[in-house]
Design a protein around this ligand. Structure first.
Ligand code: HEM
Ligand code: NAG
Ligand code: NAG
Length: 321
């Protein structure tokens, strides 16, 4: 189900109110049509009240020795949700012939990272409340906490996803590429019910984290070896803020797929005005970023009796597939 709104909301207070109304409306409509219920921000309140704090503590510990971890974790939620919906499929290791990992597709190989931290979160949650919190929800919680502890907005994460029991390598091969045209990026986002505002807002996550020089517009032209890491946001590299959009306005975005939102021939009528808005108003960016993260987190979740709660995020529980 593609839940969440296409309406944009100006302030966090508004966001919550609008969101609650929307959830009620969706729950009613879903029940009438026999759809699974929508996700809920209170899902673990009774079964694992400490979940949010546990995830937060593990991330805080991990980032002491690895400051890049918050950026790496939010990217995992994105790469999970775009492939088969937010079902934890990205976290599965190879278990041939049934399971071919998504971790080695071009968008992930030598790039997606933070998996040991996800394992650490899972271990801590299994100790606190065994068999309750899904790996898919761990990624959603980790994404929000990562943004918040880096100076960005906080929000009430919708929860209740269950874990899938298969991967989808074909779909993972089609994850957005840094060399995609604007049109291609828009198509890939539209396929999962995300519009131009979502595309511009979510790429704002390139306000922190690292990139290998061979996928930047400069393509290692300073003579550095392939794989050399550079900051995605060279102004405030570890802070979640709106400086990324200022970089775009100065032609300084790292990825070709960032810059096309301004430079493509179709940009003036679509994405460019949104880039200008977010560059000049951080609150506007934050409000839209939250709304878009909730929309992304709602991509085809498994709920109720579908899927399972994995014990180990890297493996399905049984071979009953
Ligand atoms: C529009 C489509 C997108 C494309 C083409 C894209 C592409 C990329 C690329 C090529 C990298 C560098 C990878 C590397 O060199 O190892 C990267 C990093 C990153 N991306 Fe995106 N991205 C997109 C959207 C998003 C979204 C929607 C989010 C999150 C909401 C996101 C969050 C990040 C973060 C935080 C990093 C740094 C990760 C780290 O340091 O480990 N990206 N992205
Ligand atoms: C992933 O990267 C490794 C190490 O660079 C390489 O040996 C391997 O062939 C790559 N896998 C795929 C599927 O491209
Ligand atoms: C980057 O430069 C290398 C070496 O010149 C070249 O082989 C490669 O095609 C370039 N990559 C891109 C994406 O332009």
């Amino acid at each position: 189900m593609m839940a969440a709104s296409s309406s944009r909301v100006p302030s966090p207070g508004w966001l919550l109110a609008a969101h609650c109304a929307l959830l009620l409306a969706l729950a009613g409509a879903g029940a009438a049509r026999g759809h699974p219920p929508a996700l809920s921000s209170t899902f673990y309140d009774a079964s694992c009240p400490g979940a949010h704090d546990v995830v937060r503590r593990v991330i805080q510990d991990a980032r002491v020795s690895d400051p890049r971890i918050p950026a790496s974790l939010i990217r995992l939620h994105f790469h999970d949700c775009f492939v088969n919906g937010c079902d934890g499929s990205l976290l599965l290791d190879d278990d041939l012939p049934a399971i071919r990992t998504e971790k080695t597709v071009p968008a992930n190989n030598n790039s997606a990272r933070g998996f040991p931290v996800v394992d650490g979160i899972k271990r801590a949650l299994e100790a606190a409340c065994p068999g309750i919190v899904s790996c898919a929800d761990i990624l959603a919680l980790a994404a929000e906490i990562s943004v918040e502890i880096s100076g960005g907005p906080s929000w009430r994460v919708l929860l209740g996803r269950r874990d899938g029991t298969k991967t989808n390598v074909e779909s993972a091969n089609k994850l957005p590429s840094p060399f995609d045209s604007l049109d291609k990026l828009q198509q890939k986002f539209r396929n999962v019910n995300l519009d131009d505002t979502d595309l511009v807002a979510l790429q704002g996550a390139h306000t922190f984290g690292k990139v290998r020089c061979q996928v930047t517009r400069e393509n290692c032209t300073a003579g550095q070896p392939e794989g050399t890491l550079e900051n995605l946001d060279q102004v405030t590299p570890n802070v979640f803020d709106n400086k990324y959009y200022g970089n775009l306005l100065h032609g300084q975005a790292q990825l070709p797929s960032d810059q096309v939102m301004l430079s493509d021939a179709a940009a003036p009528a679509t994405t460019a005005p949104i880039v200008h808005r977010f560059a000049s108003n951080q609150k506007d960016f934050f409000g839209n970023f939250v709304a878009s993260m909730i929309k992304m987190g709602n991509i085809s979740p498994l709920t109720e009796r579908d899927g399972e709660i994995r014990k180990n995020c890297r493996r399905v529980n049984s071979k009953g597939y």
